[in-house]
Design a protein around this ligand. Structure first.
Ligand SMILES: C[S@@+](CC[C@H](N)C(=O)[O-])C[C@H]1O[C@@H](n2cnc3c(N)ncnc32)[C@H](O)[C@@H]1O
Length: 240
C-alpha cells in the first residue's frame, strides 16, 4: 500500500471542550516511474480512518485496481467512469487524474463515507462527481449514469449483497451500450463464483488477471492474498 504519512488528530475530551476529532491518516500512493516517493509521475493522497467502516480504508483490491487504471491510462483518458462502492476511491481518482470523467459512488445514506470522498477529491484537486448510490436501489441519480467503464474494488466481499450489486451493474451495462465492469476481488472459491455470476446475470468475462501479475514489486511486497481482476460485459454485446 502507499506510504502512510501521519496526519493523525485527536482532541482532548473534557467539560466544555470540542468533541474528540476523529483519528485520521493520509496515505500517499505513487504511480509511474518506479512508483517511489522520489520517482513517480502521479501521487494521490487518501484520507483514511481505520476505526471507521469499510469505506474509510484503502483495501488491497483498490491498490491493485488503481495500478491497473494507471497502466491502462490511455484507455481511461477520455472515458466516462463510474466507481461503485468507491470507499476511499483510489481507482476512480487515478482515472480522474488521467483525464476520465468520473462519478464516485457509495451507499446513499452513508454521509460520512460520501463526505470523506468529497474531502479526498478536494485534497487531490480532482473534479469528480460524488453520488449516493446503494446497490439494488433505483433512486434518480442511477438513471443518469451512462459509463463507458464501471469500476469496483473489493465489492464482492459479502455474498448477501451480490444480487443487489449485480442488479446495479447489469442495469448500468444495459443503460450504456458497450460498457464494461472492471472489478478486483479476493478469490476464495476458484473461479466458480465468477462463472456462477456470469451465467446468472447474462454476462461474459472478457479478461481475468492475477492482480499481482502487473503490480510493481514495491507495491506487491506489502500486499497479500489471491486478488483477481476481472473485466465483464453483457453476454450479448461487443465491448467498445
Ligand atoms: C470492502 S469496501 C471497499 C472500498 C474501496 N472500494 C476499496 O477497495 O478500498 C466495500 C465498499 O462497498 C460499499 N458498499 C457496501 N455495501 C454497499 C451497497 N449496498 N451499496 C453501495 N455501496 C456499498 C462500502 O461502503 C464500502 O465502501
Amino acid at each position: 500500500m502507499g506510504s502512510a504519512s501521519a496526519s493523525s488528530s485527536e482532541a482532548e475530551d473534557g467539560p466544555g471542550s470540542d468533541p474528540p476529532a476523529r483519528m485520521t491518516t493520509v496515505s500517499r500512493h505513487y504511480f509511474g516511474g518506479d512508483s517511489s516517493e522520489s520517482d513517480h509521475a502521479l501521487r494521490v493522497d487518501i484520507v483514511e480512518n481505520i476505526e471507521e467502516d469499510y469505506g474509510m480504508f484503502v483495501w488491497p483490491c483498490s491498490v491493485i485496481l488503481a495500478e491497473y487504471v494507471w497502466q491502462q491510462r490511455s484507455r481511461f483518458s477520455s472515458s466516462k467512469v463510474v466507481e461503485l462502492g468507491a470507499g476511499t476511491s483510489l481507482p476512480g481518482l487515478v482515472a480522474a487524474k488521467v483525464g476520465a470523467d468520473v462519478t464516485l459512488t457509495d451507499i446513499a445514506h452513508n454521509t460520512e463515507v460520501l463526505n470523506n470522498i468529497r474531502q479526498i477529491c478536494s485534497l487531490n484537486n480532482a473534479n469528480c462527481k460524488v453520488v449516493g448510490l446503494t446497490w439494488g436501489e433505483w433512486d434518480e441519480p442511477v438513471f443518469d449514469l451512462h459509463p463507458d467503464i464501471i469500476l469496483g474494488a473489493d465489492v464482492l466481499y459479502d455474498s448477501a449483497k451480490f444480487d443487489d450489486l449485480f442488479a446495479t451493474v447489469t442495469f448500468l451495462l444495459e443503460n450504456s451500450p458497450g460498457a464494461v465492469f472492471i472489478t478486483t476481488y479476493h478469490n476464495r472459491s476458484g473461479h466458480h463464483l465468477i462463472e456462477f455470476l456470469m451465467v446468472k446475470w447474462g454476462l461474459k468475462c472478457l479478461k481475468l488477471l492475477d492482480g499481482f501479475s502487473f503490480l510493481p514489486s514495491c507495491k506487491a511486497d506489502s500486499l497479500q492474498g489471491n486478488i483477481q481482476l476481472v473485466e465483464i460485459a453483457l453476454e450479448t454485446e461487443k465491448p467498445k
